[in-house]
Design a protein around this ligand. Structure first.
Ligand code: GLC
Ligand code: MG
Length: 241
């Protein structure tokens, strides 16, 4: 990869994707710039689901695609996994123990995923936040090493401890950028919280989920007035326009 001068690290659903006009505006704007903006997609979806979305929505092929809430990093185009990151994900990872604890929570339904690199659930209950809290406590009490991510008042992702969208982005920034690279991070829900609070210029798009309202204000954190990609465009102008 040639020197990365500018990078957009963005979530897909509800952030980069979700408003067709906003996305057209952003892509046209990037094409009009005298520099290249390197794209990194960081999604909760698994690889096949993410690449299907890229095709369906006709999204630009990114330089890197991070899937499964930060548990996998792939090169754009060939979708070759980063071996160093994949090795790191194996440390202290015990998906069977996580599923065993989940059996005590009938309202927490396991998501059907192609593999075990994360264990994810959906809660179908009115008191989803309280229930998620109890599940988290039960995992802690059982002494199971994990990272717990709750998004959209519904999804729970249990990840290896060194994982998550924030850790994956930190790894990418170290590997692919230098201190002069201009970065923008964009997200809309709980699984984005970690990467939005690393200290890089970041945007919370206007249509964000409630759980992002609690993030502490910070000079590098921009709350867009526009939804999805329109909000990313607005933030790009704010930081780098
Ligand atoms: C996406 C994924 C789902 C995950 C959720 C939250 O919707 O498809 O598996 O739980 O993001 O990260
Ligand atoms: Mg999202």
């Amino acid at each position: 990869m040639s020197a990365v001068t500018h990078m957009l690290a963005t979530d897909l659903d509800g952030t980069f994707v979700g408003d067709t006009n906003g996305l057209k505006l952003l892509i046209n704007y990037y094409e009009s710039l005298p520099y290249e903006v390197t794209l990194v997609y960081i999604t909760g979806r698994h690889l096949e689901s993410a690449t299907s979305l890229i095709k369906e929505e006709n999204l630009p092929i990114p330089k890197l695609l991070v899937t499964d809430v930060g548990t996998s990093i792939y090169e754009g185009d060939t979708w070759q996994a980063d071996p160093k990151w994949q090795k790191k994900m194996k440390k202290d990872w015990n998906p069977d123990a996580i599923r065993a604890v989940a059996k005590d929570f009938p309202q927490i339904r396991v998501q059907q995923l192609p593999d075990d690199r994360r264990v994810s659930f959906q809660i179908e209950a009115d008191n989803s936040s309280a229930l998620a809290g109890k599940f988290k406590m039960a995992l802690e009490t059982a002494g199971i090493a994990h990272k717990f991510i709750f998004s959209s008042g519904r999804d729970i992702d249990i990840l290896p401890t060194g994982s998550g969208k924030g850790e994956a982005l930190r790894f990418i920034v170290e590997k692919y950028t230098n201190s002069d690279t201009s970065i923008l991070v964009a997200g809309d829900s709980g699984n984005d919280l970690e990467m939005l609070t690393l200290g890089y210029p970041s945007v919370i798009v206007a249509n964000s989920q409630e759980e992002l309202l609690e993030i502490e204000e910070h000079p590098k954190l921009y709350r867009a007035t526009k939804n999805c990609a329109g909000g990313i465009h607005e933030a790009w102008m704010h930081f780098y326009g």
